[in-house]
Design a protein around this ligand. Structure first.
Ligand code: GLN
Length: 280
């Protein structure tokens, strides 16, 4: 079969199984090892047998076993940076790219040009920490995670992207209680067991990175409590959060940081998604 025929056959399978047609091209790129341009100019050529086998296996994993494309091909892109992913880490989301852009805006607003100490809590694949460090060299970046397997992925990603980050294993701020921070960032697990979560997420991604207790807010409380003695005089804390928890989250924040400015931001799908706690 030609690459074009493979693509068509894969797309039909996707449609039959109500999966995204556009994902098939990524699987063909993966199976052929070609760049998008190389694939485009060889569409009419015969694919090798091992490429064909690898392609149909990947299509089956995606359309029948409902595995996320990023786990099948082993990587995704976040903020333009290539990130390796395994099923031990959450697949970085576009909403989280918006968190990163807003953090960079607040960095400019509060600290422009200054060297700052920042930490990404529950770093997972390392996506947030790496994007921040690459975009703003003046950020001294630390990242923590309770999962050793996740930290291994994060370290690999830091090295793939030549991002200078110090990693610590442990829960939230626990391993770095001797330090103080200008910026604390986290996208903690914030889903609840009772809300709707797509099967492709629920059946594949690590639950330790998804679920945040009864109301999805357990970890914000843990982080905020630990953060009180570890922030400098001027600082900001940036969270990603669930779209329907703004009021409850703000109440927890007021308990620990009563004299700070709280800013809730929407993502581009117009859902509450980010919270900034600021002390100028
Ligand atoms: N945004 C993720 C999802 O919708 C959840 C991430 C998280 O809990 N931090 O699947």
């Amino acid at each position: 079969m030609t690459y074009k025929e493979l693509l068509k056959a894969g797309e039909i399978k996707a449609q039959e199984n109500k999966m995204e047609k556009t994902a098939i091209k990524s699987l063909l790129l993966f199976a052929s090892g070609k760049t998008p341009t190389e694939l485009y100019i060889s569409l009419e050529n015969e694919a090798k047998e091992e490429e064909t086998d690898k392609f149909f296996q990947a299509v089956e994993s995606y359309t029948i076993n409902k595995k996320p494309v990023a786990y099948i091909i082993g990587y995704t892109y976040f903020y333009g940076y290539k990130m390796k992913v395994t099923d031990q880490v959450l697949i970085p989301r576009w909403e989280t790219e918006e968190l990163v852009s807003n953090i960079l805006i607040y960095y400019d607003d509060l600290f422009k040009g200054q060297t700052v100490d920042a930490v990404d809590l529950g770093t997972g694949s390392g996506a947030i920490a790496i994007a921040l460090k690459k975009e703003e060299e003046k950020i001294n970046m630390i990242a923590t995670d309770i999962s050793l397997q996740a930290l291994e992925v994060a370290k690999e990603n830091a090295s793939l992207n030549s991002a200078d980050i110090t990693f610590y294993e442990g829960s939230w701020l626990e391993p770095i209680k001797d330090k103080k921070f200008d910026i604390i960032v986290s996208n903690p697990p914030y889903l609840t067991n009772t809300e709707f979560v797509e099967d492709i997420v629920k059946d594949n991604e690590p639950h330790v990175a998804l679920y945040g207790g009864k109301d999805g807010l357990d970890f914000y409380e843990e982080i905020l409590k630990e953060a009180v003695p570890l922030v400098k005089d001027r600082f900001f804390i940036a969270f990603e959060n669930s779209y329907n928890k703004k009021r409850q989250l703000n109440n927890i924040i007021k308990k620990y940081f009563p004299d700070c400015l709280i800013i809730n931001l929407k993502d581009s799908a117009k859902r509450n998604r980010m919270t900034f706690i600021i002390k100028k």
